[in-house]
Design a protein around this ligand. Structure first.
Ligand SMILES: Cc1cc2nc3c(=O)[nH]c(=O)nc-3n(C[C@H](O)[C@H](O)[C@H](O)COP(=O)(O)OP(=O)(O)OC[C@H]3O[C@@H](n4cnc5c(N)ncnc54)[C@H](O)[C@@H]3O)c2cc1C
Length: 376
């Protein structure tokens, strides 16, 4: 046997990204060391990307939802962070309150304008304010999620307000050289140079970045224009109207409670759903059993849902079912089998009998509601 003494290069050796964008190997330091340093500073185990002296900025504008950014907004931040070179900072302009840390999203700087919550319809104020921030920061590009919760609308207003600037909507692919979107009813894939304003379709970028960012809070004075009086058009904002959870389509529901084969008493389940004010879903087995209508089925051959909370009761978590809940933010499971696949997917699991736990929850909710009424 021939002995091979060639030294092997560690493909994961420690490096820093310098201002000119070049990766510099840190001799003597291990990835663990750098990760540890970063972790100490920013509570993350990834190397930091944030440029020390940014010369340009990419601005990412998105509304928050109850203090957090959704996946679509984070994909825009990730896309900006991936495209940003060592002299470019990614600025997150968050409209609405922000209660989460954006370190792992790629945001080097963060500006929050809490007053511009999407719950209030105030497009002129939003446009006025975003334009003022753009004026101050002079970004090279603006990225926004092309969605229906306000960002898509605001993005189009921004585009219309600056006809001299290039823009693109429904962008499904981008790099520094080009963007792509479908035209002519989805029959043609059109390519053009990266424009000033980019409204990104969902799933355009992977949010699992190999680096972290500083997410430094920018001087709040930058957001001052929102406090100025803005000319309002002749409409009245009625705010968001609440409707009974049962009337909400599963695809639009924010809180779903779903029954599987482990739910034997449908009456208890429905009482719990009403007490929680949640929309009802079901697994295929529960539907095949005739316990629920076919339009309640969630999964590969049913509906795909994206609720903030998905409460799975007596559901095993078969791949076909998990496929339908892949976009749900928080999953809670009740199952008597702690090794069930749904328990692995869940953020919180209650191991035990579904009927017993549902009854206990119904009682606890009733007591909590009574206590709230008495306190009021
Ligand atoms: C082509 C194809 C497409 C499919 N499409 C879908 C789809 O769209 N949606 C879908 O859901 N499935 C779909 N399936 C079916 C899927 O593979 C599973 O069979 C189904 O999801 C299982 O439903 P379940 O978890 O409710 O039932 P089960 O697999 O029977 O699991 C019941 C779960 O409840 C627990 N349990 C039982 N009794 C209790 C109790 N008393 N208290 C607490 N927990 C209890 C058990 O531990 C178990 O984990 C599809 C299958 C195929 C082949």
């Amino acid at each position: 046997m021939i002995e091979n003494n060639a030294k092997r290069i560690n493909p994961r050796r420690a490096y820093e990204i310098m201002e000119n964008g070049v990766k510099r190997i840190v001799l003597g330091a291990t990835s663990d060391f750098i990760a540890h340093e970063a972790a100490l500073q920013h509570g993350t185990s990834k190397p930091l990307r944030t440029p020390k002296q940014a010369k340009t900025r990419i601005l990412v504008v998105a509304h928050s939802d109850r203090g957090t950014l959704d996946d679509h907004a984070k994909q825009c931040l990730a896309a900006a962070a991936i495209l940003a070179d060592a002299n470019t900072a990614v600025v997150a302009l968050v409209l609405g309150e922000l209660h989460e840390d954006l370190t792992n999203t790629g945001a080097d700087e963060v500006l929050v304008i809490a007053e511009l919550d999407y719950v209030a319809f105030q497009p002129e104020s939003e446009l006025f304010c975003v334009k003022a921030v753009v004026e101050t920061l002079q970004p090279s590009h603006i990225f926004m999620p092309d969605n229906l919760i306000g960002d898509g609308d605001l993005g189009r207003r921004l585009i219309a307000s600056q006809p001299e600037k290039l823009a693109a909507t429904h962008v499904i692919e981008l790099n520094l050289g080009h963007i792509a979107n479908y035209q002519l009813g989805g029959t043609v894939l059109a390519l053009t140079n990266l424009p000033f304003i980019v409204l990104l379709a969902p799933e355009t970028a992977d949010t699992n970045l190999p680096f972290a960012a500083s997410a430094l809070k920018l001087d709040q004075a930058l957001a001052h224009p929102v406090k100025d009086k803005v000319a309002i058009a002749n409409y009245t904002s009625l705010g968001i109207q609440t409707i009974a959870a049962a009337k909400i389509a599963l695809e639009e529901a924010d809180f779903i409670v779903s029954a599987g084969n482990g739910v034997n008493n449908v009456q208890t389940f429905q009482t719990l759903a009403t007490a929680l004010d949640a929309t009802i879903g079901a697994s295929r087995v529960a539907v095949d059993d005739g316990k629920f209508a076919r339009d309640k089925q969630i999964g590969a051959t049913g509906k795909t849902v994206s609720s903030s909370t998905y409460f799975a009761i007596g559901i095993s978590g078969a791949v076909q079912h998990l496929q339908g809940i892949k976009d749900c933010r928080h999953v809670i499971a009740i199952n008597r089998d702690h090794s069930a696949a749904i328990v692995k997917r869940a953020n919180l699991s209650l191991i035990g009998d579904a009927e017993e736990i549902m009854q206990a929850l119904i009682t606890a909710i009733a007591e909590a509601k009574l206590a709230t009424q008495e306190a009021a």
